[in-house]
Write a protein that binds this ligand. Sequence first.
Ligand code: ADP
Ligand code: MG
Length: 301
Amino acid sequence: MKIVVALGGNALGKTAKEQLKLVSETAKPLVDLIEDGHEIVIVHGNGPQVGMINLAMEEANNNMPFPECGAMSQGYIGFHLQSAIQAELKSKRIMKSVATIVTQVIVSETDPAFQNPTKPIGKFYKEQEVPALEEKGYIMVEDSGRGYRRVVPSPLPVDIEEKEMIFTLINSGNVVITCGGGGIPVVRDGFSLKGVPAVIDKDNAAMLLAKMVDADYLVVLTAVEKVAINFGKENEKWLSELSVEEAKEYIEEGHFAPGSMLPKVEACIKFAESLPERKALITSLEKAKEGLNGLTGTIIK
Ligand code: ADP
Ligand code: MG
């Protein structure tokens, strides 16, 4: 099967040292999928990393715009991921090459997301730190019971500028890491592209990519093994299977947190409803293989 895998940025650690250690663990279940005969295309998140890069630049009195921070995060995460996956492939004598593509993703200038920032980035803050951050002009929200985070606009991806290159690399059997952090958000400006201050949700970018490469499966790997309704409450219920209609109902009822689980479920719905044979899976990295074998995770079809 052709699988687009979306990897959570929150699972990549907070420092280069942590990330380097974590990617070697990440590489194993991914290469297991390749060993099982699947073709995989990898998209990763960058919420914590792009926030860290932006903040570090600000501390250094170097105001680095978000698109440039996104580009840096694609290089930083892609570097670690591609070398870890390549090493894992070599250790299994699988003759494939891995490449990261600096990817620009087109968004619409009139996307309503620019008026309503929802995407959590950077580190988690305590409630008492919030007023000072709001003074700086940051928009702060509570993120799934884990603390407060800065949010930025998260427009929908419309097109992938490097798509032809992505198709070429995939079709010649290579492992491609692309649309990192959802891709660098750009708008068309005559013959050129212009970066915009936003962060595209990687789950949505992975969905668009999955459609474009005609994948069989969109697999969203995150910190939880399954999707829940009444998440974190007494009557919490973990779901193994969700039809598109059920998923839409649960969205209406507000079961999925905006900026975290909501974009994943929405991306899965859009992929699953685009063609009858297309399916999506949300599970944890460790359970990817089991999930594809129908043993765990939440399948949306
Ligand atoms: P990633 O870095 O993989 O994109 P996120 O932190 O953005 O991960 O989203 C995954 C998180 O969403 C889970 O770890 C969980 O804390 C939270 N979450 C919110 N609502 C739900 C839900 N209904 N079911 C499961 N997890 C949920
Ligand atoms: Mg996320």
